[in-house]
Design a protein around this ligand. Structure first.
Ligand SMILES: [Zn+2]
Length: 307
């Protein structure tokens, strides 16, 4: 019997930050596995951290909750390090991954990086996967990403929630910004999390937490706010995208910033839908100002600097 509120045996959570998602590493007598692999530019660090946990063991399974660059960006490097590891992904984007259709995957749209990887197995919602000698149920979690899944272990009531629920919110609702109404899906996924009565949540970002009721209440309030004022959600998304690029590079000179901004299809998609009266340049300046005033960035000698 696993104690409530304590991570099951053999589970290690590597809390990473915001550029790289958390990594959940499972080790048991039979095999070792990882759920989510961080961002591409952190791959060497990810491999180092994983090897520390594995203590000479090899990795057998690489599992992704969803295929955003901060959750699957270490897949290629980990597969190179552990050549016999099999990669498990949610089925939704599998055809795009198989042919690496970058125009349709999120990486190019959001101006982010991800090294090409393939897959071996699919994580079908309704099935389960053995990780750390326990059977983890695969649950669909549409909203932030239409094809995201979560993993739930019923004995310890532990939920790996990906970006569907964090301690203080949830990930940007990307499909909504591209004109696919998805706030209702976020609400349904939050209800589903509520029904699971989890004792412990391992989120995609931030620390492990057990006050699920408080997190759900924060998330539902934020969702209500975004539903009432969708342009606030759109502006938040642009801030998140620019901050992510800043986390990746630490500093951006304005030429690089402008080239990235103008060359990122999602930025123009969002501008057209929500801020058509503003030019791309005006909108960029607004978002820079918003990051500076919220202490997420500062301007120094012609550079936008992360802080
Ligand atoms: Zn995500």
């Amino acid at each position: 019997m696993t104690a409530v509120g304590v991570l099951p045996d053999g589970v290690t959570v590597l809390e990473r930050g915001w550029l790289s998602s958390n990594n959940v590493v499972f080790v048991d007598a039979e095999r070792a596995a990882i759920v989510d692999t961080g961002y591409a530019t952190h791959s060497a660090q990810t491999i180092g951290l994983v090897n520390e946990v594995l203590q000479g063991r090899k990795l057998d399974r690489i599992v992704n909750t969803h295929l955003h660059s901060d959750h699957c960006g270490g897949n290629a490097a980990l597969r190179e390090e552990f050549s016999s590891a099999r990669i498990w992904i949610p089925p939704g984007d599998a055809p795009l991954i198989a042919e690496w259709k970058v125009e349709e995957l999120s990486f190019l749209q959001t101006g982010q990086e991800c090294e090409r990887f393939g897959f071996d197995e699919l994580l079908q919602p309704g099935s389960s996967i053995e990780l750390g000698a326990l059977a983890w149920q695969v649950h669909a979690a549409p909203g932030h990403d239409p094809h995201s899944i979560m993993l739930f272990e019923p004995r310890s009531r532990t939920l790996i929630s990906a970006d569907a629920l964090w301690e203080k919110g949830f990930g940007v609702v990307f499909p909504e910004l591209a004109g696919e109404p998805s706030f209702e899906e976020v609400a349904a996924t939050l209800d589903h999390i509520d029904e699971l009565r989890s004792a412990l949540i391992i989120p995609g970002h931030g620390r492990v937490f057990s006050d699920v009721g408080a997190a759900l209440s924060v998330a539902r309030k934020r969702l209500d706010f975004y539903q009432a004022e969708p342009e606030r959600h759109a502006r938040h998304a642009l801030k998140v995208l620019m901050k992510f690029k800043l986390l990746e590079r630490s500093r951006l000179d304005f030429e690089t910033l402008q080239a990235w901004w103008n060359g990122t299809p999602y930025v123009e998609t969002i501008r057209k839908k929500f801020f058509e009266s503003e030019s791309l340049d005006e909108l960029r300046d607004d978002i820079v100002a918003a990051l500076v005033s919220s202490n997420n960035a500062r301007v120094n000698a012609g550079n936008l600097v992360d802080c």
